[in-house]
Design a protein around this ligand. Structure first.
Ligand SMILES: [Fe+2]
Length: 195
């Protein structure tokens, strides 16, 4: 790892800590992270120096933990969690939320389509939810997008070759109440793990 590459990511994390110490609103934090992440994404080479990028013939979904603090929004800390995903072509996430946490996705290599949904209770059915797509964007390398606390969303890789995506969440999600949504049967179920 070259010192300049370590500094690019280290400076990014330090800037976020400084930001979260003064900006405590979740939506404002997420918007500011988008702007700062797009600066980091334009720095060449720093991510490859931190992770073992899967070879093209063995390209599979993997999480790489780059940074984890104990507490962030909404738990009152000034931290966050940063993952890099290697994503096979055309792989899509389920529609999901991250509970009370915000999330920012940024494209390091490749291209992705992201969709945001409004979740509305289905009239007359206490456990049912209706999803309305409210936003659909395609991000190229160097671009980022925020989803706010409670936003349902999905993300699909639409790049044929290189696909590295950054994900920043306001907390480690492993202990957060969050949901995956099934739009075909209008239900949601608790999502496990840190995804
Ligand atoms: Fe997500």
């Amino acid at each position: 790892m070259q010192t300049s590459e370590r500094t690019a990511f280290g400076s990014f994390v330090a800037d976020l800590h400084e930001l979260f110490a003064t900006v405590t609103d979740g939506r404002q934090q997420a918007d500011r992270v988008v702007a700062r992440l797009e600066i980091l994404l334009r720095e060449p080479g720093w991510l490859e120096s931190m992770i073992d990028v899967p070879a093209p013939e063995d390209y599979r979904f993997r999480n790489f933990l780059l940074h984890r603090d104990e507490l962030g929004f909404p738990a009152g800390g000034s931290g966050c969690m940063v993952l890099a995903h290697s994503v096979p072509p055309w792989q899509a996430s389920p529609i999901h939320d991250h509970g009370p946490c915000w999330v920012v996705y940024g494209i390091y290599q490749g291209r992705a389509q992201l969709r945001r949904y409004r979740v509305a209770p289905e009239a007359g059915l206490s456990a049912a939810f209706r999803l309305e797509e409210t936003e659909r964007v395609s991000l190229d390398a160097g671009q980022a997008l925020a989803f706010y606390p409670g936003d349902a969303h999905d993300i699909r890789s639409i790049a044929p070759d290189k696909r590295l995506i950054l994900r920043i969440t306001s907390q480690d999600l492993s202990q957060v109440e969050k949901y995956n949504y099934d739009p075909h049967v209008y239900t949601r179920r608790p999502a496990a793990g840190g995804d």
